[in-house]
Design a protein. Structure first.
Ligand code: ATP
Length: 246
């Protein structure tokens, strides 16, 4: 579902945010992309979602060449950024219908698809509420709903559970699992919560200083340690942002 070869991004000014990343994500997996602050997670995700051009390397995303067919890639993926898309002032059901029409559905189809997506995420009861009148967990699920009207095969989630309480996070994991189990959506997500990575993900990729530092199932990476201990063994203990490392 995702194959990259030597994917790299150097920003103007010389910051090598992503260096020579070669990785793969198989269809039907939930893959967690972990790394310290500034490691290159969001930059990688923005390249894979066509929002940022790579400076080197190639990638195939959802069966399409990223560089040759970015529009085709966009048709086949959904992306939820850290800040989300939900407008606090607009009722989510109507907004979802509009999104569906933007993706080329007729009004009738868009209404049916909006109802389907709201049901998938347990939001049927709040379809007439504006984003600002939703709880934190409902709001994050609405953010995900806005990435689904066009039935993407692959969903990118950038820190989907940041700021949610433990109960709400666990509830969101159930919805993310159901997207994969019941609707066949492959999931690629970033998180700083290692308990979440352990509980939710089939496989983990750890990026550090722009390079893949480790990959494997949670059990393989842990190898008898906690995932926190494994993460610190792999990425070291130096602070990143304060130290201005790069
Ligand atoms: N537009 C930009 N111009 C210059 N440097 C950038 C730009 N965007 C990101 N960077 C730098 O690239 C590096 C990787 O940033 P990125 O946002 O990909 O990290 P991250 O792993 O997502 O971090 P976090 O966990 O804090 O969200 C950092 O050093 C960051 O400062």
């Amino acid at each position: 579902m995702i194959e990259t070869l030597g994917l790299s991004k150097t920003f103007t000014g010389g910051v090598e945010a992503v260096r020579n990343v070669t990785m793969s994500v198989r269809s039907g997996e939930i893959v967690g992309f972990l790394g310290p602050n500034g490691a290159g997670k969001t930059t990688t995700m923005r390249m894979l979602t066509t929002l940022l051009p790579p400076t080197a390397g190639t990638a195939t995303v959802a069966g399409q060449d990223l560089l040759a067919g970015p529009r085709e890639v966009r048709r086949r993926i959904g992306y939820v950024s850290q800040s989300g898309w939900t407008d606090p002032t607009v009722p989510i059901g109507g907004e979802l219908e509009l999104q569906g029409m933007l993706y080329g559905l007729s009004r009738v189809e868009a209404r049916a698809r909006a109802a389907e997506v709201l049901a998938m995420l347990g939001l049927d009861g709040v379809r007439d509420r504006p984003g600002g009148a939703l709880s934190g967990g409902q709001r994050r699920r609405a953010d995900i709903a806005f990435a689904l009207p066009h039935r993407p095969a692959l969903l990118f989630l950038d820190e989907p559970t940041t700021g949610l309480d433990p109960q709400t996070r666990a509830h969101l994991w159930d919805h993310i699992r159901a997207l994969r189990d019941d609707h066949g959506v492959t999931i690629f997500l970033t998180t700083h919560y290692l308990d979440e990575a352990d509980a939710l993900c089939d496989r983990l990729l750890i990026i550090d200083h722009g390079e893949i530092a480790a990959s494997g199932t949670p059990a393989e990476l842990k190898a008898g340690r906690t995932l926190d201990a494994a993460f610190l063994d792999i990425t070291g203990r130096s602070l990143r942002e304060e130290a201005g490392v790069r």
